[in-house]
Design a protein. Sequence first.
Length: 133
Amino acid sequence: RYASPKSESIVILEGKKNIVFKWKPTPIPAGGRFSYRFELFKGFKYERIVDETLQGNVFTIEIPTSKFEYDNTYTWQVRQRDEVTHNWSHYSRWSFKVTRGEDKKLKQLQGMQEELDRLTDERIAERMEKNRP
């Protein structure tokens, strides 16, 4: 499944107001997709920072960088809720580390990763458009 920030990535906070979290829509459950639940934790599921319920057609959320501390690891997960049964799906979990971004090579690598993510988003959108009934 496509997700951003990717697991085990490094996110540079310098110059950013928000971190944008994105995920690919999962197959719609039998009863229809009612909503998504986005959760963000400091560390590996110990301290919950964000717990948001989003509409079923929303695949992104922006979190202010003020919620993050430099040189810490964060974990995030997304689950969908069935419209009929109201059961939550199983979840995938992604972790990443945040840094100030003073290292020039690290900035270059992140720029390359952001460009790759942008191209991947475009390719996913193209495929979804082609597969639309």
